[in-house]
Design a protein around this ligand. Structure first.
Ligand SMILES: [Zn+2]
Length: 90
């Protein structure tokens, strides 16, 4: 029984290490990793419920879309519809 617990603990430790490294490799939110333009948030209720530390974002400038780390917002982010309207005008 002890060997099962030890093997299960090593499997859990490997999973935690891999998830930590993947999380640290993700870019931070708000700015595109390709063109440094501002990113718009895409709502995913299931992703938010399963992994609240990450979010799906989309770049209005180059079209990049991907998973980014969620960081606490210091500035007030404009609602998505106003951002899209501003992009449509330019
Ligand atoms: Zn971009």
């Amino acid at each position: 029984m002890l060997i099962v617990v030890v093997l299960f603990a090593t499997v859990l430790l490997r999973a935690v290490i891999v998830m930590t490294v993947v999380y640290l490799m993700l870019p931070k939110a708000f700015f595109c990793p390709r063109c440094a333009d501002k990113l718009a948030s895409i709502r995913h209720p299931i992703l938010r419920w399963v992994l609240p530390q990450v979010e799906h974002r989309w770049c209005l400038g180059c079209g990049w879309s991907g998973i980014v780390r969620r960081v606490r917002e210091r500035r007030r982010i404009l609602p998505q519809s106003r951002v899209i309207n501003r992009a449509a005008r330019s």
